[in-house]
Write a protein that binds this ligand. Sequence first.
Ligand code: SF4
Ligand code: SF4
Length: 430
Amino acid sequence: MDRLDSKQLYDMWTELGMEVKLHDKLLENSEKLHKRNYLWQTNRPIAMKLFDTALHDSHGQRVAEIVDYRNAGGKSIGTFCIYVPDEIAMAADVLNIPLCGGTGFTVDYADKVLPRDICPLVRSTFGMAISGTCPYKTLKDFVLGETTCDAKKKTWDLFGIRSLEVPQKKNPVDKALWLGEVKSFMAQLEDLSGVKVTAENLREAIKKQNRKRSILNSISAFRKLENPPISGLDALLISQVALNMDIDAFILAGEMLLKELEERTDKSISAYSAPGVRVLMAGTPSPMGYAKIHAAAEMSGLRVVMDESCTGLRYSRGNVPEDLQTVEEMVVAIADRYFDIDCACFSPNSERMENVRAVIEEFNVEGVIHNILQYCHGFNVEAGAQDSIFSEINVPSLKIVSDYSQEDMEQIKLRLEAFGGIVENTRGDR
Ligand code: SF4
Ligand code: SF4
């Protein structure tokens, strides 16, 4: 569709019932943070412009596309977690719109209804809905939560939101429960759209979602190089917008970027202008709008060579087999793929320990940053368990617990600079 001009955008937001003046301020704040966090980098791939635009469009042009889609009878749902099986939604012809908030701008609004001492991700998301600054508020047929952490579960209850039951353990009984949930999700979406999930449309959806994940993983593979042609910050931006962009547009942009990364590698063009310690960012997600810790790390001379969060490897790890024949076989394989996600809401979560250890080796990681959103007890406590593994292999770690405010940025930078020095001094011990 044609790009909307500012008058058309204003009209669209007004028709969507948004608080347009407040929303303008939110956009101003987002653009300022985008400039500060991303645009200081001097050697970005040219194709990153596509992802900068996608970030910018997430409150404008992308919204217009979804308005058009719904006006033509298309169905959509709003969700908050990477456990929601995208393949099923796509096969049932329902658009899944992930709604996790990454802006600190709306947190205060949520504080009118939610306790202040819960995770900023939940407060930001609901602050957007409550303050009239979420353009997707009216663009969905229903919202689907999930039973992962307590902050989310109780917030869904407060707002009367139905939840997908994600078990908390990984025993056979839990796996059977999860498969039942995935099947009931499928039935619910078939009812909504009137489109039956068949072996054909599900296989196509599996292939497309696999392609999207493979692109993300191929981009990550370039970060294994001694001099990565793409920064950790830009890789984060790509993961963030991957959740919002139209999937075909994302695949196209991703393929263009991959081509450029190959060329940059051939010409030894690095994203970094100086040598730096290789770190893994581990822990909670950094949804679109939040890049404080990644920016602080790379501004402090560290190289974020992998991110194991839900806006990183936890989202892209593992594809669904494409050679299955029946809907039942495919649904089981999809349920298995999502059940393998290693969120800290699981008890125990030994898979995550193994996964992180493997990433450290694969990406030649020298230090780990536990990036923990304030009040996320699962990832915060789990950081301690991980540290005992890191000390066995002499990989130093640093825990940063923070929120979406910007006040602690300079202090975090100082801690990260000092951490870089510690890692350099312990290089000989590994
Ligand atoms: S951290 Fe856990 S609950 Fe949050 S998005 Fe990731 S998988 Fe879902
Ligand atoms: S970051 Fe932690 S507390 Fe926040 S929504 Fe995700 S799992 Fe829950």
